[in-house]
Design a protein around this ligand. Structure first.
Ligand code: ZN
Length: 231
């Protein structure tokens, strides 16, 4: 899905310094209350809680804390199952994403489709921006940091496998597209060197590639891409 999202800024005073720690991990959460109550709570100094982002059930993305600062989403560590925990406040080296839950208890982690697509997009942006690997130490649920008091955050139905599949396939798609264009251009250069086509410099780019590569060659490339993706 190619929907472009806009990140709305609604800042919260509940943040502090990262103490120069590098961002390692995205931590996913579910809110106990619904929007907009959950947002105003995380903007209230009395809450002493926040997150960098809130993704609502209608698919809006709201940023409360700049990525460069530590938001207060995962500070208390209790029987963690997270290999990157370093014995210091996790807020300093994580990014917190809250997802609007439903009902008073936040629900079981089921997201709406709009909410899923928005958080997928947001995860992609953050992974790209902060060089975060796509694995289950670098993208985790809050329960991995506090398994005692937050076992249901973000909940048993949070779509982990769909999220990881979509994130991985997205990265593979981008790499394959780049490879297809570059190797397609190489193929054109070679055909030009052999005198089979003219003016390769005017045939750069994706659209021109499709128009100028002979059809059988294009199908061979697509077949190889399909084989590769199936692995
Ligand atoms: Zn949480």
């Amino acid at each position: 899905m190619n929907t472009e999202y806009k990140i709305e800024q609604q800042s919260s005073p509940n943040h502090s310094s990262r103490h120069d720690r590098k961002i390692l991990t995205i931590v996913d959460h579910i809110t106990a209350g619904k929007y907009p109550g959950c947002l105003s709570w995380m903007q209230n100094p009395a809450a002493k809680a926040s997150a960098h982002y809130l993704v609502t059930r209608t698919g809006r993305i709201i940023q409360m804390v700049d990525d460069r600062n530590a938001s207060w989403h995962a500070g208390i560590v209790n029987k963690p199952s997270w290999s990157l925990y370093r014995g210091e406040n996790p807020n300093r080296y994580t990014i917190g994403i809250e997802h609007e839950g439903y009902g008073a208890q936040g629900g079981d982690g089921t997201l709406t489709e709009e909410q899923y697509q928005a958080t997928l997009w947001l995860h992609r942006q953050l992974i790209e921006k902060h060089n975060i690997p796509i694995d289950n130490d670098h993208i985790i649920g809050h329960y991995r940091i506090d398994s005692v008091n937050r076992p249901g955050c973000p909940g048993p139905n949070f779509p982990w496998s769909r999220l990881f599949d979509d994130l991985r396939n997205g990265v593979i798609d981008v790499a394959l597209e780049k490879w297809m264009i570059e190797s397609g251009e190489d193929a054109l250069d070679e055909l030009a060197r052999k005198g089979l086509i003219n003016q390769p410099d005017t045939k750069k780019g994706e659209e021109n590639l499709a128009a100028s590569v002979p059809a059988y060659l294009f199908w061979m490339m697509l077949n190889r891409l399909a084989d590769y993706k199936g692995k």
